[in-house]
Design a binder for this molecule. Structure first.
Ligand code: MN
Length: 390
């Protein structure tokens, strides 16, 4: 049996609210278009009460993409929920996403509210939203650090009030996969078929993706994530990673998503062009080096049979082809292959000569050599041999 996992994209909300990631309304619209092409199930377009820009973005995306399920964020109070409803007025498939913190740390120091008060406000907000829309998601902020029994109690209460999705965020990126899996399993069992359990993980300990996968294995059927993993502090769960884990390891995961993976790379590229930074080169799936093979033994194996060192076909995520970077760890085999790709058929002696020229340069380089430079080395060798023959 395979289960559909819903992909809730928050690139335009959690992602956008982090440093260096601001987008204006036209930029959010461009990104939203790409996200709908990519096939995300829910587009969280902003936090309408937070700013005029957020309100406009939710409103504009609702009008422009009638086929998309658009979410607007709201704290659990009437003012926020009404603002979100207003911004979603023109959405064909609106979702109100309302949240309140539930951990004792947040209740005591931030909200100065009791557990009972938070529960009552959560129920009231869900009921208010449900008077206007069918689709209401409730988030228990700092859920991973919330006392499990209370988390279960508030989850059941909001579902009884009409929420159809209960999101358990690891707001501060504190949990680890085995622990988070146990918590999500408990909530999923408590809610049964009455609601979808969702997760929203942050990457403060580098575990956002691992925690999200553990949660899916424990019963979560919605993952909140962002392109390139952008988001508050160390970021959110990376959409491309979680989707490709489920796809690549379909042998052990009986789950699937609606993501058209061949758009992953272009979605990442578009986002990088709209904000102030791109993914680090060694970022999984979309980093510049994600499909680059440099070490000689690796290149040799890869050229004989790609599956020796490549678990994902780069074309399946929209990267044109595996990029072979030639650097100081590259061997003769990769070098002669690259020469052939560049149009040079070299003899064994010529490859040997090229290899020595190549090593003399590559040894001092951190970045490896470009095709153009390799062609120059080949031509230099040819000139020397011509002169010697004259
Ligand atoms: Mn967040």
């Amino acid at each position: 049996m395979t289960d559909r996992v819903t992909i809730f994209d928050t690139t335009l909300r959690d992602g956008e609210q982090s440093p260096g990631c601001s987008m204006d309304v036209p930029e959010k619209l461009r990104m939203a278009r790409k996200l709908t092409e990519l096939g995300v199930d829910i587009l969280e377009a902003g936090f309408p009460i937070a700013s005029e820009g957020d309100f406009e973005a939710v409103d504009a995306i609702s009008r422009e993409f009638p086929e998309a399920r658009v979410a607007g964020l709201a704290r659990c109070c009437a003012l926020d929920v009404e603002r979100a409803l207003k911004a979603l007025e023109h959405a064909a498939k609106p979702r109100v996403h309302t949240f309140i913190a539930t951990s004792d740390i947040h209740l005591k120091y931030k909200l100065k509210k009791s557990r009972q008060q938070a529960l009552e406000e959560a129920v009231a907000a869900v009921e208010l939203a449900r008077k206007h829309v069918d689709d209401v998601e409730f988030s228990a902020e700092d859920g991973a650090r919330t006392e499990p029994e209370y988390l279960e109690e508030i989850s059941k209460a909001v579902v009884a009030a009409g929420a159809s999705t209960v999101n358990i965020p690891d707001t501060v990126g504190y949990s680890i996969p085995s622990e988070f899996g146990v918590l999500i399993g408990r909530i999923a069992r408590a809610l049964g078929e009455s609601a979808v359990v969702s997760v929203h993980c942050h990457d403060d300990l580098g575990l956002a993706v691992a925690n999200s996968i553990a949660a899916v294995q424990a019963g979560a059927r919605q993952v909140e994530c962002t392109i390139n993993g952008i988001g508050e502090r160390a970021g959110n769960c990376s959409l491309e990673e979680v989707v490709m884990i489920l796809k690549t390891r379909a042998d052990i995961f009986p789950y699937y998503t609606g993501i058209r993976t061949e758009h992953l790379f272009s979605a990442s590229e578009l986002l990088s062009s709209l904000i102030t930074f791109g993914p680090q080169p060694n970022k999984a799936i979309v980093g510049a080096n994600a499909f680059a093979h440099e070490a000689g033994i690796h290149q040799d194996g890869y050229l004989k049979e790609k599956s020796t060192y490549e678990i994902i076909d780069p074309r399946s995520v929209g990267v044109p082809e595996g990029r072979l970077v030639l650097g100081k760890h590259s061997g003769r085999h990769a070098l002669s292959q690259r020469a052939r790709d560049l149009g040079f058929e070299l003899t064994k002696e010529e490859v040997e000569d090229l290899y020595h020229r190549f090593c003399a340069v590559a040894d001092h380089r951190k970045k490896g050599l470009m095709d153009r430079e390799i062609a120059q080395l080949i031509r230099a060798g040819m000139r020397v041999r011509e002169e010697a023959a004259d």
